[in-house]
Write a protein that binds this ligand. Structure first.
Ligand code: ADP
Ligand code: F6P
Length: 324
């Protein structure tokens, strides 16, 4: 049943992502111009349980779109997954008067949002994660910035790799999703890209590719490996043993989560945050905002969680075919 709400909260949950601040700003400003009271919930669901909640006004979100991280901070909160933790959070919502929440995060955060919705707190999810691993949407906030950060790092590694005629294995983030690896690999002209979606054949995908390129005159090599495949150090050692090419490993790690958000991340986050509040204003709940076919749309959260993300296998094959 649809209900009119007067107070909404906004929280960021799971891994932080550049652009989350622009989404928070859009939620706060859209809420305020819609006549709502808006509160900021700190540290994700943790702050909902511990009542780490602050009134937001138009100036609470001034000058934040260019900042990485999230002014609301983020957390993983195992307690919230238990019924007792959930009930504590609901009690806090009732005490503060929170009737709707915009949850900016990933799939796990949306599961929590759906659980809250089913218990009477209207929730809308906004996809925020650098991994681009949310199946219902073509885009997640933070992905573009992470791509460009990783691209910049690999460009630098290429300089030193070429100067020493070496091979560098670079591990980028993405536990279950190879999107960062694939697109950074293409952008940086990697000799080979290893992703969790495609079984890895060390001989054909790595050694043969390096040997073939070497025969054609190539002197230095970048191998991009996604976190979900892992083993960058071991891979570098094996490449050196098998090919005689001096090899090094670099794990980019959390540097990919920080930094100034790109224009794309800021604008997409703003549009998605604005849309999320419009859903709440229109009495909607248990929805997630998505970007599909160049449009901002929304799905039922449970339906969205059933979607299976399709890996861009044709693009992957193309990259592996043309790379040296
Ligand atoms: P992400 O949102 O990026 O996928 P997590 O999976 O760590 O990150 O989820 C973030 C938080 O969402 C968790 O720490 C927990 O508080 C909450 N959460 C995750 N899964 C569930 C679930 N199945 N039910 C309720 N809450 C959940
Ligand atoms: O979800 C984004 C992500 O950065 C993943 O790529 C990575 O596997 C994970 O978060 C790391 O999370 P944590 O914050 O627990 O180190």
């Amino acid at each position: 049943m649809e209900k009119t709400i007067k107070t909404i909260g906004v929280l960021t949950s799971g891994g932080d992502a550049p652009g989350m601040n622009a989404a928070v700003r859009a939620v706060v400003r859209t809420g305020l111009v819609s006549g709502l009271r808006v509160v900021g919930i700190k540290q994700g669901y943790q702050g909902l349980i511990t009542k780490n909640i602050h009134e937001m006004d138009a100036f609470s979100v001034t000058d934040i779109t260019h900042r990485g991280g999230t002014i609301l901070q983020s957390a993983r909160c195992p307690e919230f997954r238990e019924e007792e933790g959930m009930q504590k959070a609901i009690a806090v919502c009732h005490e503060i008067g929170i009737e709707g929440i915009v949850v900016i995060g990933g799939d796990g955060s949306f599961r929590g949002a759906s659980d809250l919705s089913k218990r009477g707190i209207n929730c809308v999810g906004v996809p925020g994660t650098i991994d681009n691993d949310i199946a219902c949407t073509d885009y997640t906030i933070g992905y573009d910035t992470a791509l460009n950060t990783a691209r910049d790092m690999v460009d630098r590694l290429l300089d030193t790799t070429a100067s020493h005629n070496r091979c560098t294995v670079v591990e980028v983030m993405g536990r279950g999703c190879g999107d960062i690896a694939l697109n950074v690999g293409i952008a940086c002209g990697a000799t080979s890209i290893l992703v969790p979606e495609v079984p890895v054949n060390f001989e054909t995908d790595v050694i043969d590719k390096i040997q073939d390129a070497k025969r054609m005159g190539k002197t230095h090599f970048i191998i991009i490996v996604a976190e979900g495949v892992g083993g960058a150090e071991k891979l570098a050692r094996s490449i050196e043993e098998r090919t005689g090419i001096a090899s090094r490993a670099t794990i980019l790690g959390h540097v990919q989560r920080g930094g100034t958000p790109t224009v794309r991340d800021r604008v997409m986050a703003t549009r998605m945050g604005n849309y999320a509040v419009e859903l709440l204003v229109n009495g909607k709940s248990d929805r997630v905002v998505a970007y599909k076919n160049s449009k901002i749309v929304d799905f039922d959260i449970q339906e969205a969680l059933q979607h299976r993300k399709e890996f861009a296998i044709d693009t992957y094959k193309m990259a592996q075919t043309i790379s040296l």
